[in-house]
Design a protein. Structure first.
Length: 116
């Protein structure tokens, strides 16, 4: 069974940190590009960060550059998004994704709320 299970969301104060994780089962992540997306209430889903399968290309949205870090642990078949210095505007449902020419696998989403 193919699954991509997220964890790590929650409520944090501005300036705080969270680490999101996505564990894949049923497929091997190292063969895929990986990404994180988010969708805030009333807004379209947007790309946050992505990393190529061979670590030769990384993208960060301007809004998160210098604060978020995407990474992968192929031995654990897991991807991560380390989020530091969180801001209220980072509040959204965050989704992990993996794919080759398109985003084929998606996590179920995890809520991140930044509020004092």
């Amino acid at each position: 069974q193919l699954q991509f299970v997220e964890s790590g969301g929650g409520l944090v104060q501005p300036g705080g940190s969270l680490r999101l994780s996505c564990v894949a089962s049923g497929f091997t992540l190292e063969n895929y590009a990986i990404g994180w997306f988010r969708q805030a209430p009333g807004k379209e889903r947007e790309g946050v960060s992505c990393l190529s399968s061979r670590h030769n290309g990384t993208y960060y949205a301007d809004a998160v550059k210098g604060r978020f870090t995407i990474s992968r642990d192929n031995a654990k078949n897991t991807i991560y998004l380390q989020m530091n210095n969180l801001k209220p505007e980072d509040t959204a449902v965050y989704y992990c994704a993996a794919g080759l020419t398109g985003w084929k696998y998606w996590g179920q989403g995890t809520q991140v709320s930044v509020s004092s």
